[in-house]
Design a protein around this ligand. Sequence first.
Ligand code: OAD
Length: 231
Amino acid sequence: MKEKLVVFSGAGVSAESGLKTFRDMGGLWHEYALEEVASPKGWRANPAAVLRFYNERRQAVLQAQPNAAHLAIADLEAVFDVVVITQNIDDLHERAGSSHVVHVHGEILKARSSVDASLIHVLDKPTIELGEVCAKGSQLRPDVVWFGENVRHMVACEQHFATATRILAVGTSLTVYPVAGLVEVASDAAERYFVSPEIQKLPYGFRFLQGPATVVVPHIARCWLEGRQPE
Ligand code: OAD
């Protein structure tokens, strides 16, 4: 049986593919008020503005390509049972070749009904417009999690974290709960690495490797695939 390896990713892993992060300088939450574009209240007040925000994000995702970090993460499947738990709504892990990706904050390339969360479909175009409705006649919205809404797959994610023998966290500020709390569920016996260009609050038991995802993640992956300890 293959060893279980969890990759926990945030916006930073897609930054070098040209997708904006949220909290860095130039990040989305400096440009937009998150309660206006990413909350049920914002949706009720101005659905057109919310759709526009996510239409722009979706177009950027469609133009982006997986980078060396996404590709190195996919390569790990040669030896490990890899579960990618991502806060990202893009599909770059999948396009890089990762076969088990869990999107805790939803997926921008899908639309769903605004009255029935189980009515979801993959979009066949880059935008959702006002007036486009689901089978039940309600406005379509992006299938993403907004502030104040439940995150997805938490029980399964806790189990993956608790049973993994290796964990690689990359490109996340660990500010958005409950998902950020997953790092605390990790086993003390697990080998744990945290990758970021800046020194930041480090979760308990994680070793910090500083640098951009496209440099550090391929290095860690190479070491793990060759049976060496990353330094
Ligand atoms: P943030 O924008 O909060 O954090 C991005 C992290 O990536 C920061 O720690 C950066 O230092 C790091 N970073 C930047 N460039 C990097 C690079 N090239 N390589 C590696 N790391 C890099 O993004 P998240 O932690 O993903 O949720 O944000 C969590 C959630 O907040 C998102 O899923 C989203 C947002 O609001 C919702 O919208 C529900």
